[in-house]
Design a binder for this molecule. Structure first.
Ligand code: UTP
Length: 294
């Protein structure tokens, strides 16, 4: 079985739900407590053993590349002033040379198209897809859980979680088959997927939530450029196309997801991450309570 070494992080979406904040700042660089959202997701990938990150970027997102590079003037300035703690925090997210690649998706044609843009960099090996606006708070991390499932059963793994009651029709929902041994019954074979099913027709209440392990055959299906829902090239359609060719499994991961592409999700993530930071929890709680009392 080939190891999962590379992850694709598509960040080229327009982020309409979080405009105007994402107009000039890439939405994945918006802050979650002590660092940009994207830095939390890269840390999750590193902890899962990812060796190479492929970012699919769009116009105006050069700041992402800059974030993961040295800022010499800033670092020299902090060094001269002896601000060693802040300097360490500034350097903490830096990759080793050659650990990251950046590919332009020249038009936002959909998630499937964004993933397809990584085909040459991925080559013929299984890879992870991480949707960085979905901040998945878990221990071990969501991608580590997915890789553990992949190492047990192979094929493709789609991480899922229960939709809020009555809201399954808003999501990409999976249809499930047999339960695989282990994983507390949370790993099941996947027999189908349906985008935004009509209320009452949902095959389950589990939605596809933002982490995948995919076999490279998915690029063959994406190459057709077939448009799906919303006129976009959908990753879901390409996975459906591969259902007969490769085994697919849905893993209900153990953790909490914050959809940071939505202002309320970003707010919840900020509060949750501040409250669980031992160095700041008391001050953060006091700050939140002051706001709630006002
Ligand atoms: P979303 O469906 O959340 O779209 O994309 P979006 O544009 O980011 O946000 P909204 O819905 O308009 O507010 C899911 C993921 O796929 C990426 C996005 O950046 C996000 O990480 N994506 C989507 C691309 O990279 N390119 C695309 O053409 C579409």
């Amino acid at each position: 079985m080939k190891k999962v070494r590379k992850a694709v992080l598509p960040v080229a979406g327009l982020g309409t739900r979080i405009l105007p904040a994402a107009k000039t700042t890439p939405k994945n660089l918006l802050n979650v407590w002590d660092r940009p959202l994207l830095a939390h997701v890269v840390a999750e990938g590193r902890a899962a053993g990812i060796e190479h990150f492929v970012f699919i970027t769009g116009r105006g997102q050069g700041a992402i590349e800059d974030y993961f590079d040295h800022a010499y003037e800033l670092e020299a300035n902090l060094e001269a002033k002896g601000r060693t703690e802040i300097l360490a925090a500034v350097r903490a997210d830096l990759p080793s040379s050659g650990e990251m690649s950046f590919v332009r998706q020249m038009a936002p044609l959909g998630l499937g198209h964004a993933v397809w843009c990584a085909r040459d960099l991925i080559g013929d090996e299984p890879f992870a897809v991480m949707l960085p606006d979905m901040l998945m708070d878990a221990e071990p991390g969501a991608l580590s859980q997915a890789i553990a499932a992949y190492e047990a059963v192979g094929g493709n793994i789609v991480v899922v979680e229960p939709a809020p009651p009555g809201e399954a029709h808003k999501y990409g929902i999976v249809a499930l088959g047999e339960t695989s041994p282990g994983f507390d019954g949370r790993l099941k074979s996947m027999t189908g997927m349906v985008e935004k099913p009509a209320p009452g027709t949902e095959p389950s209440n589990l939605f596809i939530s933002g982490r995948y392990i995919l076999q490279p055959g998915v690029f063959d299906s994406l190459a057709s450029g077939k448009r799906g829902a919303g006129g976009e090239i959908q990753l879901t359609d390409a996975m459906l196309d591969r259902l007969g060719a490769d085994p697919f499994y849905a893993l209900e991961y153990d953790g909490v997801t914050y959809d940071c592409g939505d202002p309320l999700g970003l707010l919840r993530a900020n509060v949750a991450y501040a409250l669980r930071d031992p160095a700041a929890a008391d001050r953060a709680r006091a700050a939140v309570e002051t706001v709630l009392r006002a």
